[in-house]
Design a protein around this ligand. Structure first.
Ligand code: ZN
Length: 72
């Protein structure tokens, strides 16, 4: 259970969120579901995630099978 990703509060500083997410601060943006911070923009590595890690974990846990992987 301890490996569940943290949800990043929207008030988190973008540079701090970027460190946690492992991306550039310019790529940080709000999750499509919870408005928490995720790697919202851009391409390359790591891949952009319109839905944050915490919401993806919820989707997988609830058995929907596939998290949102593409789109902007
Ligand atoms: Zn989310």
């Amino acid at each position: 259970m301890s490996d569940t990703p943290r949800r990043l509060d929207p008030t988190t500083d973008a540079s701090s969120a970027a460190i946690i997410l492992g991306c550039e601060p310019s790529r940080v943006g709000p999750c499509a579901r919870c408005r928490g911070l995720t790697i919202r923009y851009g391409g390359g590595i790591p891949r952009a995630m319109p839905v944050c890690p915490a919401c993806q974990a919820e989707s997988e846990a609830s058995g929907t099978g596939s998290a949102v992987r593409s789109g902007r």
